[in-house]
Design a protein around this ligand. Structure first.
Ligand SMILES: [Zn+2]
Length: 526
């Protein structure tokens, strides 16, 4: 008998990792406050149909202990339901019976009283697969079901169930089961089955199960027969194509140090070993995630790289799912990281040594820019593009008119990106003094400066030169100004939403207080 069946929970207390749902189901029976239908949603193997069956058993058990919330497991109803032969527990796999005729036939039986127990329970698995007509037929019964009928709908994709159905049911979102609980359960099973294991082999099975109790037991089954009852890390790794966890660290060390040969030889090794690329993707992403969290307080530049690497791997994972070619997609993600780290290295190598006038005043770079009175006059002169000549030697550039002017520059690409992140600190003798954090300041090369100067020329501001200094922090950059304005727009949009009809509707349907903090506005321009 497969372990997954042998160790399927027989009572609520044996359910692993779904305490919230169990407590709620026990209370429903204790208080006899029933809904017409129940939805159990969650990924595969977390206990959806198991909970449905246990609930059906509890409803029909003749000796149910409402205080403890446990079935007796000996009355005929309990025994029949455990054997899956109870006449009043009707299980349907919606994946194979999607048609409206199937549903009509099923619903015709709803009116008949239960033959053995107190309740007739319809447990429909993968309910999201039903056709719209089938859902419609079901809806009519759900609106006014006979008192002895209870619907239980299990699904991995609750979002595909029509709202009209969802609104008539009580929904349980089952969580992924934690690694600790899965490990504990596996160890219990192995002890029971008299299977020898080492800790690492159990860890590998837990990692592969990804929060699914059923998967963990199926994987254990395979491992037991492969290893002939003695599970070792080496054998389980071989069986499932999983590498030692340190190999991910090794790969990233090679990427960080830009050792192309090491990276390529790792990729080749993976291919030879025919490894499990799902696990490789998972490990790469969690490695990067852990490092990004650790680095949050350290220097920004290395974290920027990690963010990019993370993006390469998430994109790779999406491509892998679409194309089915996981190995190629993983390799490409790795190569993208390499290309990127090579580029950024080269960039630093040819980092321009800008002419640095040893002007003592530059030490003031960390302080606020000097305030200049009446900023409102500043933007005006640069607005009309037509009469460039007239303002040629007119208004002087200054930190106060910089934002307005920057908007009008025809600067593009990296030059625009870099300068938008710098602060124009002061203008002296036709020299623009910028400062900014190293990430931007040190990447500006001569070409970027020339681009800026030429762009200024085209707006009639001629004869300027550019100086750039690195600083620890930076204030008042065009880019910060954009974010400020964008946030203002978002706040206004938020206000609009809060007073909108849409929100009134939501409040009505969800019956709960929707407060401002529950509204998340996703800014697609970011
Ligand atoms: Zn019983």
């Amino acid at each position: 008998m497969a372990l997954a069946n042998k160790y399927r929970p027989n009572s609520f207390s044996e359910v692993i990792g779904q305490e919230n749902a169990v407590v709620a189901l026990r209370n429903i029976i204790k208080n006899q406050s029933f809904h017409n239908g129940y939805i159990f949603s969650g990924t595969r193997g977390v206990g959806k149909t198991t909970l449905g069956r246990l609930f059906a058993k509890a409803l029909n058990c003749t000796n149910y202990d409402a205080e403890k919330g446990e079935t007796c497991n000996v009355c005929s109803n309990c025994v029949e339901i455990q054997k899956n032969s109870h006449l009043d527990l009707i299980e349907i796999d919606a994946a194979s019976r999607t048609g409206v005729d199937d549903m009509r036939e099923l619903l015709e039986s709803v009116q008949y009283r239960p033959s053995q127990g107190k309740y007739k329970v319809y447990l429909i698995d993968e309910v999201h697969m039903l056709s719209p007509q089938s859902f419609n037929a079901m809806l009519k019964t759900l609106e006014e079901p006979p008192g002895h009928v209870i619907f239980m709908l299990a699904t991995t994709e609750a979002n595909k169930i029509p709202k009209t159905i969802v609104s008539r049911c009580l929904q349980f979102n089952l969580k992924l089961v934690s690694d600790e609980l899965i490990a504990k359960n596996l160890k219990r099973v192995f002890t029971n089955e008299k299977v020898a294991t080492d800790d690492k082999s159990v860890d590998l099975l837990v990692e592969l199960a990804k929060g699914s109790v059923r998967d963990s037991l199926t994987l254990a089954d395979q491992a037991i027969s492969h290893c002939d009852g003695n599970l070792t890390e080496q054998e389980v790794s071989k069986l499932h194509g999983v590498l030692d966890i340190s190999s991910t660290t090794k790969l990233f060390e090679a990427i960080f140090s830009n050792s192309i040969d090491d990276v390529i030889s790792e990729i080749k090794r993976y291919k030879l070993l025919d490894v499990n690329y799902d696990i490789l993707f998972d490990r790469a992403l969690s490695f990067l995630h852990a490092n990004m969290v650790n680095n949050v307080l350290s220097d920004e530049e290395s974290n920027q790289d990690l963010h990019l690497y993370y993006q390469f791997f998430t994109n790779g994972l999406i491509d892998a799912k679409q194309t089915g070619n996981k190995r190629d997609c993983f390799d490409i993600a790795v190569l993208r990281c390499l290309t990127f780290s090579e580029q950024s290295k080269n960039k630093l190598k040819k980092k321009p040594k800008l002419v640095k006038k040893q002007e003592p005043k530059l030490t003031a770079s960390k302080e606020e820019p000097q305030k200049i009175e009446s900023p409102e006059i500043s933007i005006k002169p640069v607005e009309p593009l037509g009469d460039i000549s007239s303002k040629k030697n007119g208004i002087e550039l200054s930190p106060d008119n910089w934002f307005g002017l920057f908007e009008q520059l025809d600067l593009s690409g990296p030059s625009r990106a870099f300068f938008s992140n710098l602060q124009l600190q002061k203008v002296e003798k036709k020299t623009l003094f910028f400062n900014g954090i190293a990430l931007f300041a040190e990447r500006i090369n001569e070409e970027d400066s020339i681009n800026l100067i030429e762009s200024l020329n085209r707006l009639g501001h001629e004869g300027y030169s550019v100086e750039v200094e690195s600083s620890e922090t930076v204030k008042n950059t065009p880019s910060q100004e954009w974010i400020k304005n964008r946030n203002k727009d978002i706040q206004e949009f938020r206000k609009e939403i809060i007073n909108s009809e849409l929100l009134m509707n939501l409040k009505e349907n969800f019956g709960e207080e929707i407060t401002e903090d529950k509204i998340i506005i996703i800014d697609h321009e970011e």
